[in-house]
Design a protein. Structure first.
Length: 320
């Protein structure tokens, strides 16, 4: 709901503006009163400056894949949002999304993943486990750890919303400061909406697009459900990939599905002869008894000029 409200200027944004001023000054105080701690291994941070989904998780997965050619042991470090475990711990087969959050479980399917509410303790834990590179999923605004390379991910279709600071808008920090401190900027989707901002240095910009892969559903009518920061993005990715969506059920970001939620979706889909699909991240939270009736979507990120992007990331990591 807030994603829609934050797309434009309206009366609610105006009412919330004093709280945005308070939020911004709190951010400034935090920035100047905290000091980043240096790790003994390179740290790559993938983050955004807006609340909600921008594409951080698929970006981290893609970065891990190609950086594994240059680093022997890579750990993805995450807070394990909505998980109960404080950590630091290595995500294993015995963990559930209740313990470590669904994003951590998704990352663990691709390699070593550490969950820690205290990011610096998590980073030291990764070092002690023999980690040669730490990739942070989120944390661009945090001051816990010194980041050797910062990649800012922007949803090209949503952009910066109404360009206002939370709660009047979706921004975690001002656009200018977020861009200035970032080493590289990866725009996922329509980059023309972002490139019109003169404050963005062109040499920092790279582009990417999401690719959907569910061949078994290519000629079927879909019932799509999701609980993402930006559900519309997921729907548009399916439509642009040629899939036919007949019904949509959207939940709030990180929503934990109840049994009745899934039953309601499956019953309606059966009645209308629809194939039920969701993201891999949401599929993790589907009760086990229903998983064979739902198709998870493979969402891959295709980075344009990938070799050049990889080279720039490596240069950035080695320079620090």
């Amino acid at each position: 709901m807030m994603q829609k409200i934050w797309r434009s200027n309206n009366f609610l944004n105006f009412i919330l503006f004093p709280f945005s001023i308070l939020y911004y000054f709190t951010f400034i105080i935090y920035k100047f009163c905290s000091k980043e701690k240096k790790c003994n291994v390179p740290v790559l941070c993938v983050g955004n400056i807006t609340l909600g989904g921008a594409g951080k998780t698929p970006t981290v997965i893609e970065l891990r894949k190609f950086l594994s050619n240059s680093f022997e042991k890579i750990y993805v470090l995450t807070r394990g949002y909505k998980g109960k475990a404080k950590g630091p711990l290595i995500v294993g087969n015995n963990h559930t999304f209740h313990d470590v959050g669904e994003e951590s479980l998704l990352h663990s399917q691709f390699g070593l993943t550490c969950v820690s509410k205290n990011k610096f303790l998590g980073a030291k834990f990764c070092e002690a486990q023999g980690g040669k590179l730490i990739i942070m999923d989120d944390g661009l605004q945090s001051r816990d750890i010194k980041k050797d390379c910062k990649v800012l991910v922007i949803d090209g279709n949503y952009g910066f919303g109404n360009n206002k600071i939370f709660p009047s808008g979706p921004l975690r920090e001002p656009i200018r400061s977020g861009i200035k401190k970032s080493d590289l900027i990866l725009i996922i989707g329509n980059k023309r909406n972002i490139c019109k901002f003169d404050i963005i240095p062109k040499h920092k910009i790279f582009s990417a697009k999401k690719e959907i892969s569910i061949e078994s559903c290519k000629n079927k009518k879909l019932f799509v459900f999701s609980a993402l920061g930006n559900n519309t993005n997921f729907h548009n990715s399916l439509l642009h990939s040629g899939f036919t969506i007949k019904r949509i059920k959207s939940f709030s970001d990180h929503y934990i599905f109840k049994k009745n939620d899934i039953l309601s979706i499956l019953n309606l889909a059966k009645k209308e002869n629809l194939t039920v699909v969701c993201t891999k991240k949401d599929y993790i939270k589907v009760p086990e008894e229903f998983k064979n009736k739902i198709t998870p979507v493979n969402l891959n990120l295709k980075i344009e000029k990938k070799n050049k992007f990889e080279q720039r990331v490596l240069e950035c990591l080695r320079a620090n």
